[in-house]
Design a binder for this molecule. Structure first.
Ligand SMILES: Cc1ncc(COP(=O)(O)O)c(C=O)c1O
Length: 432
């Protein structure tokens, strides 16, 4: 038998078509291709390369740490660099008093947040059980638990493999909740669905709700109605249920603010999970921030063991890379950054109403361009021919919607943004 399998058969980590182009170099948001062309990364890799490729700031931090020591989990050497990262991160997102658990990716960040939330409510409320409620238009990672509990239809396991888990309430967006309204869209009152989901299970059985404050790749960048997240927070507070925000994708300025929830008042979560924007594609990382009002319960004498351990959970090279990413992010000209986000939104919204485009939504540097059924892959090809690529979303609702997630690196310049929107407009025109 031939020992050498073709790439397609050997690679078991992607079901999407592999890109036609070979990348031989990079420069910020641009990839240099073997045939001499360059292509703009309009999706920041997998929504993570938020400061582009090849950052000198990240390189110098990692190089420095590499020459000191390259492994040292928190229980092996004093976790100085990890603590430096935690301080810096908490300040960067405006939660300076939080405690932090570090881990290796977004999925594990969510798993750890779930474990911490369960520990907290058990110490605080005695015998309480640990259900975690999610929406039907959500993605929280690819472990057995997170796949089972989330609502993404494309990635859902078969019912018999879901470990009895599943989403608990409809998200306040047209694909799954549009039918509930006559003549108007979703609004803050849709939070009532969260109350119903908690009450039907009995609040004493629920540890937390887990929610993406702005929808990521499942629905394609839906933004919740004003007041929705605040009502959800109020509903949970009244019932002693914790709120976990999954900001794996949205955290660290993707939507224009350090946390996506900062677009609205009164919805600060008890726990927040960060990942993609923190590692920015340079390192795997997950960070769970826990509010100071509840974090001490995790050290209570009756508390269960912390769920945050793991061989690579607090790696010094990871911390060094993340510090470099924060250097990059914090050195941005934030006024110019906001203007670029605005420019991106205006250009994309102007596509609304063109024949192939069904809807444009989003915020900051995160947009969903929904297209008519069957046009997603032709549009991706037209975009690539014009030197830009995007992340496809294919997971939402009945009937299923599909389209492009537009999410360029945050430190693109305005010429890059104009190139991206120009190429996309031409690609849409070609399909009109
Ligand atoms: C909202 C959200 N949560 C969790 C995850 C899982 O993160 P990771 O792929 O790093 O495990 C993702 C990944 O796309 C995500 O978008």
């Amino acid at each position: 038998m031939d020992r050498y399998l073709p790439h397609r058969e050997r690679l078991l980590t992607s079901s999407r078509p592999l890109p036609d182009f070979e990348t031989v170099g990079s420069d910020g948001p641009w990839l240099h291709l073997a045939d001499g062309r360059r292509i703009l990364d309009g999706s920041s890799g997998l929504l993570c390369a938020n400061v582009g490729q090849g950052s000198p700031a990240v390189f110098s931090r990692v190089e420095k740490q590499f020459s000191r020591y390259t492994f040292g989990g928190a229980a092996v050497v004093q976790p100085r660099i990890q603590l430096e990262l935690m301080d810096r991160l908490c300040r960067a997102v405006g939660r300076p008093e939080d405690s932090v658990a570090l881990t290796t990716c977004g999925t594990l960040g969510v798993e750890v947040a779930v474990g911490l939330a369960r520990n907290i409510v058990r110490v605080r409320d005695g015998k309480r059980r640990g259900e975690i409620l999610t929406s039907d238009l959500s993605y929280h990672g690819n472990s057995a638990f997170t796949l089972g509990v989330a609502g993404n239809q494309i990635r859902n396991p078969r019912p018999e493999d879901r470990c009895g888990l599943g989403p608990a309430f409809p998200a306040p967006y047209p694909p799954t909740h549009g039918h509930a309204h006559e003549g108007h869209g979703c609004d803050a009152a849709c939070a009532g669905e969260v109350a119903r989901a908690i009450d039907s299970r009995g609040a004493e059985n629920v540890a937390a709700i887990l929610i993406e404050p702005v929808n990521g790749t499942t629905g394609g960048a839906f933004v919740p109605p004003g007041g929705y997240l605040r009502r959800v927070a109020d509903i949970c507070r009244k019932r002693n249920v914790l709120v976990i925000h999954d900001e794996v994708l949205t955290g660290l300025w993707r939507t224009g603010t350090p946390l996506a929830s900062r677009h609205w008042d009164g919805c600060e979560p008890d726990l927040v999970v960060l990942s993609k924007g923190l590692g920015a594609g340079y390192t795997g990382v997950g960070a769970v921030l826990v509010a100071p009002e509840i974090a001490p319960l995790l050290r209570h004498k009756d508390a269960d063991p912390l769920p945050a351990m793991g061989t690579m959970a607090t790696h010094p090279l990871q911390a060094a890379a993340c510090l470099g990413v924060l250097d990059e992010l914090e050195s941005m000209d934030f006024e110019a950054f906001a203007v670029r986000g605005e420019r991106l939104g205006v250009a994309l919204r102007s596509l609304t109403g063109w024949a192939p485009v069904r809807d444009v939504r989003g915020i900051g540097h995160l947009y969903g361009v929904e297209v008519a059924p069957g046009l997603l892959w032709p549009l991706m090809r037209e975009c690539e021919r014009r030197g830009v690529f995007f992340y496809p979303f294919t997971g939402a609702g009945h009937p299923r919607s599909e389209g492009l997630v537009v999410a360029p690196p945050l430190n693109c310049d305005s010429q890059d943004i104009d190139f991206l929107t120009g190429a996309l407009t031409d690609a849409v025109t070609a399909l009109s």
